[in-house]
Design a protein around this ligand. Structure first.
Ligand code: HEC
Ligand code: HEC
Length: 285
């Protein structure tokens, strides 16, 4: 875990105005930890029914399988990847998420409302089946997202949104296997199936091949910034890439509709499966 004192000082700083101009300086820390690149916002639930709905939404996002047993097909929860209740920068935070929708989704070549994006993660990252867009659980998750989006103007980007992705490269999977055993297996098990200390990273109970995390650059960026969970930021770029290459080479559930992805022929360069539309010349990032 990162240094709690520093994190609390930074949260206090953020709560006092954000830009630091007239905010008090954080108290000096005897053993300074490297400051997080971006300040994690404090969650403030409003009083009343919207706040209650948002609290239910957070409970669903943290206990996803128990909350939605008919829709979740693996042993992950939403916050297995969207860390710190979806507030951690560089771990696909939901901070300001309401302000980023409606959003054009290149994978579907369609303008998505936020509920459709949630279903994308339910079907792929959670290897499950989509929720009706007006399901009460959907309403509660969106209420939580709204709480995390207060004060962010429509269309504004938030620092640390998404996950920083390295340039396309080839990772060394055999060195990645060594990194896995030395740095990851103590929590996620040598065979990736997970333990009480960390969720499954591959195999039947993990995300499927259609998930963003199944792509090399997304996995490398997430791992580089967030893993090992108790020592984030300690892996070199090369070790993060190699262990990501090993992880994405492991077996995981299929996604039956994957060939229909990126119908305009613009898949990212690290998509690990062929699509019916293929790749138009010069397309893809
Ligand atoms: C296996 C990891 C993983 C799990 C589990 C997961 N997600 Fe995601 N999620 C991702 C990735 C990766 C992205 C895309 C980030 C990118 O490429 O910028 C994403 C994106 C999103 C976005 C859009 C974020 C944005 O900034 O536009 C939403 C909303 C979202 N997820 C909601 C959920 C919900 C709700 C759940 C649980 C039902 C969930 N996710 C579970 C990995 C995951
Ligand atoms: C100290 C235990 C620990 C170590 C070591 C660790 N992780 Fe994790 N990892 C976690 C936990 C816990 C989560 C989920 C966080 C949550 O549920 O709040 C996670 C989440 C993940 C995820 C997203 C969710 C999933 O299950 O796929 C990936 C990918 C991942 N870790 C990869 C790695 C890699 C690669 C390493 C080694 C470089 C590593 N982890 C080392 C504990 C650990």
């Amino acid at each position: 875990m990162r240094n709690i004192t520093t994190a609390i000082a930074l949260i206090a700083l953020a709560a006092c105005g954000g830009d630091g101009t007239d905010a008090p300086q954080p108290v000096a820390d005897a053993t300074p930890a490297p400051a997080p690149e971006v300040v994690t916002p404090k969650i403030v639930f409003p009083d009343g029914p919207v706040g209650e709905s948002a609290r239910r939404g957070l409970a669903i996002l943290e206990a996803t399988r128990d909350s939605l047993p008919n829709h979740i097909g693996n042993d992950l929860r939403c916050t297995s990847c969207h860390l710190d209740q979806g507030t951690r920068p560089n771990a696909m935070p939901w901070t300001g998420i309401q302000a980023r929708f409606p959003q054009y989704n290149t994978r579907a070549a369609a303008v998505f409302r936020i509920e459709e994006r949630i279903n994308g993660c339910i079907e792929r990252s959670m290897n499950g089946t989509a929720l009706p867009l007006d399901d009460p659980a959907m309403r509660d998750m969106v209420a939580y997202f709204a709480v995390l989006s207060r004060g962010v103007a429509i269309g504004d980007a938030v620092p640390g949104q998404g996950v920083p992705k390295p340039a396309m490269a080839v990772g060394d999977t055999s060195h990645g296997a060594t990194v896995w055993l030395e740095q990851c297996a103590r929590c996620h098990a040598p065979d990736g199936s997970g333990s009480e200390l960390g969720p499954p990273v591959w195999g039947d109970r993990s995300y499927n091949i259609g998930a963003g995390m199944a792509r090399l650059r997304t996995a490398a960026g997430f791992i580089k910034h967030n893993m090992p969970f108790d020592m984030p930021g300690t892996l070199s770029d090369a070790d993060a890439l190699d262990v990501a290459a090993y992880v994405v080479s492991r077996p995981r559930p299929d996604f039956s509709r994957k060939a229909a992805d990126w119908p305009k022929g613009d898949p990212p360069l690290d998509v690990a499966y062929p699509t019916t539309a293929g790749r138009r010349e010069g397309e893809g990032r």
